[in-house]
Design a protein around this ligand. Structure first.
Ligand code: FMN
Length: 175
């Protein structure tokens, strides 16, 4: 399969379906250095009348450093299957500080707007430009405190929210 550029608006349905049901790879960096990790939290929508994608990254992730130092990031959904499961599992358990996850998973890098790294193996990919960044905080939990606060803070730092304008979309075509 190969990725081809597509209009994000015409793919909105497909993207919503994919992101609502599958984990994805969040990747940031440039042609020199980059890192990727599995994400489960991801939303697509509209903000300030722009198409946006929002992701959540804990500060202790290696990926966080790349999200901070770069203006663009990508979100890739891989085709469902065994390879996808293994990649999601490795990229969600190992840190790029210790493992070259791109090489380990046999992923092929390509670059989109702002030199954002993304993967040729993706079924769907979005390239986003950071638009809004904010930290999640206990004081902002307004409901379900008993469900969230007792466990959430214990697992690590509170996530930083990154909302990016969707500047490019890609979909896989068969050769
Ligand atoms: C299914 C799944 C979903 C995950 N979702 C997120 C997420 O949305 N945000 C986050 O910060 N970490 C998430 N993680 C954890 C990171 O993927 C994991 O800590 C990873 O090893 C971080 O890699 P890094 O240190 O190279 O950035 C998830 C892990 C899994 C297995």
């Amino acid at each position: 399969m190969r990725l081809q550029a597509a209009d994000p608006k015409t793919l909105a349905g497909e993207f919503l379906q994919a992101f609502g049901n599958q984990n994805a790879l969040l990747t940031a960096g440039d042609r020199e250095r980059c890192n990727t990790m599995t994400i489960g939290w991801c939303q697509l929508g509209r903000l300030w009348n722009l198409p946006v994608c929002t992701v959540y990254v804990r500060p202790e992730r290696y990926t966080y450093q790349f999200m901070e130092s770069h203006d663009y990031f990508s979100v890739c959904v891989l085709p469902d299957g065994e390879a996808c499961k293994q990649t999601m599992s490795l990229c969600g358990a190992q840190s790029g500080r210790l493992v070259d996850k791109v090489r380990e998973c046999g992923l092929t890098l390509r670059y989109g707007a702002g030199d954002a790294p993304l993967f040729e193996e993706a079924a769907l990919a979005l390239v986003c430009k950071k638009l809004f960044v904010q930290d999640m905080a206990p004081a902002c939990v307004t409901a379900g405190e008993d469900k969230i606060l007792p466990y959430y803070g214990k697992k690590g730092g509170w996530h930083r929210i990154y909302t990016g304008e969707v500047v490019e979309a890609y979909t896989a075509i068969k050769n």
